[in-house]
Design a protein around this ligand. Structure first.
Ligand code: PA5
Length: 452
């Protein structure tokens, strides 16, 4: 089970405050389940773990099997919700150093990502290392118009066609996009790529359990049916809007209670490097869903114990506006004991024979108590182990909590109007036709700030 431990919030907030949230939780629950809240056209993810398209899943698994057979590398081109979930799953559940393993050792192609930045070095260096590899490409964009993946795909389309010929390339390029709209849909249909659908009623950051995440995750050899099963069981678990029995809603409620008390930054904390990208996925989910209309909790992340030696000082002792949510797996993947050193020069023989997991756990518990003493409210979320099943359940937990939390905040958790602003400026500065006026205004501002 995913369990919420809220005892270390109580020095900062009263249990009765959670009780007082009940009517608001019920209202948020009704808005969500009756489809009456803002953004209700994007609720497809809610029943998706039971209602997903079985035929599409069969096609995804077949395509994944084909890529596993004929490719050393799958390049996934996408940004935001079109890549973070897949990367989170593959890094949480796959081997720690996949690039140093052969395909046989990995038992899967290497999954690499592109189109999530505009760095020329990144693209050039990626193409360099692909020179002697058998490659497939999965281009993912719901809108089909996002600049970063569109530009990367422009490069990869030509590269694949030069490499495999037009006919060969089209058997190795898979497009995941809207059912009928958008430039990528048109391009894929014209070129004859195999395509997968991002459902109309599921937004990017809620889409990891659709083809968006499932194809790359299946290529990495992870059981996507287990993942959907985990999410399905989660949906059954968190049905009642009662925070005493529903940890998902209790999480949504506590974070809002803390926000109202001035704790405007939530740090997601892990003690396992394989959870780094999961935190990145979570940051996007909460940041894009809640940060609007001048509201929202700022989602941050730290990887401990690494970041105890960089961010730890601030968390312990800096401005008091932070609360932490520690995400802990009850089981580590592997046992690894601290060896006995007969010379004991480092004085650490008192740890000899203990498993690193135990040392890590005590580091986590000691840190939690220190941070609570330093004025940082603490929530802990534990889950049994890193597996496809629990990944699916965690995804559903955070998606559902995000929707409820968004409604508690009175924002539309399913849109992202603010993302457009940088795009408009970028288009204008790059000289896109139709943006001349904006370009002139921006250039005047940029020249002014250079002079000042
Ligand atoms: O959650 C979202 O909707 C966004 O983060 C999108 O996933 C991101 O902007 C990429 O969009 P698209 O898939 O249309 O290229």
């Amino acid at each position: 089970m995913i369990k919420l431990h809220s005892g270390n919030v109580l020095p900062f907030a009263r249990q009765s405050e959670l009780d007082q949230m009940r009517p608001q939780l019920e209202a948020a629950h009704d808005l969500l389940h009756k489809g009456a809240g803002p953004g209700c056209e994007y609720l497809g993810w809610l029943d998706w773990p039971s209602d997903f398209d079985r035929a599409e899943l069969a096609r995804i698994r077949k395509a994944a099997a084909q890529i596993r057979r004929d490719s050393d590398v799958l390049v996934v081109i996408g940004i935001g919700g079109s890549y973070l979930g897949a990367r989170a799953a593959i890094e949480m559940l796959g081997p720690g150093f996949p690039q140093l393993l052969s395909k046989r050792q990995r038992k899967a192609p290497l999954v690499l990502f592109a189109g999530n930045n505009l760095s020329p070095d990144y693209l050039a260096e990626l193409l360099d290392v692909l020179a002697d590899k058998k490659v497939s490409v999965n281009v993912i964009s719901k809108s089909g118009t996002t600049t970063e993946p569109a530009l990367a795909f422009r490069v990869f389309k030509r590269w694949m066609e030069d490499r495999y010929g037009k006919d060969g390339a089209k058997t190795r390029i898979y497009a995941t996009t809207d059912r009928s709209r958008g430039v990528l849909r048109q391009l894929a249909d014209t070129e004859g790529y195999e395509t997968f659908v991002v459902p109309d009623d599921i937004g990017g950051r809620f889409s990891v359990l659709t083809a968006v995440g499932l194809l790359p995750i299946a290529v990495a050899g992870i059981d996507v049916r287990d993942m959907l099963r985990g999410a399905r069981d989660g949906a059954k678990t968190w049905q009642k809007p009662d925070p005493d029995v529903n940890d998902c809603y209790a999480y949504a409620a506590w974070r809002n209670i803390l926000l109202r008390k001035g704790y405007g930054v939530e740090i997601m904390v892990n003690y396992e490097p394989k959870l780094h990208m999961f935190t990145e996925w979570w940051k996007q989910l909460y940041g894009e869903s809640e940060g609007k209309d001048g509201r929202g909790i700022f989602p941050a992340g730290v990887d401990n114990t690494t970041d105890l030696h960089s961010m730890g000082q601030y968390v312990q002792d800096g401005r008091r506006m932070l609360f932490e949510t520690v995400l802990l797996s009850e089981q580590a993947g592997r046992a690894f004991e601290v060896p006995l050193d007969p010379e004991n020069r480092d004085g650490l023989n008192f740890l000899a024979g203990q498993d690193f997991a135990q040392v890590n756990r005590q580091a986590a518990q000691g840190t939690v108590l220190a941070h609570v003493d330093g004025g940082v409210p603490n929530l802990q979320l534990s889950f049994p182990e890193r597996s496809a099943y629990w990944f699916g359940q965690l995804v559903y937990f955070f998606e559902l909590a995000c929707a409820i939390s968004g409604y508690l905040l009175a924002v539309n958790p399913f849109d992202q109007p603010g993302v457009e602003n940088y795009k408009q400026n970028m288009y204008a500065l790059l000289g896109k036709p139709g943006f001349e006026q904006r370009r002139a205004e921006l250039e005047a501002r940029l020249n002014g700030s250079e002079r000042a």
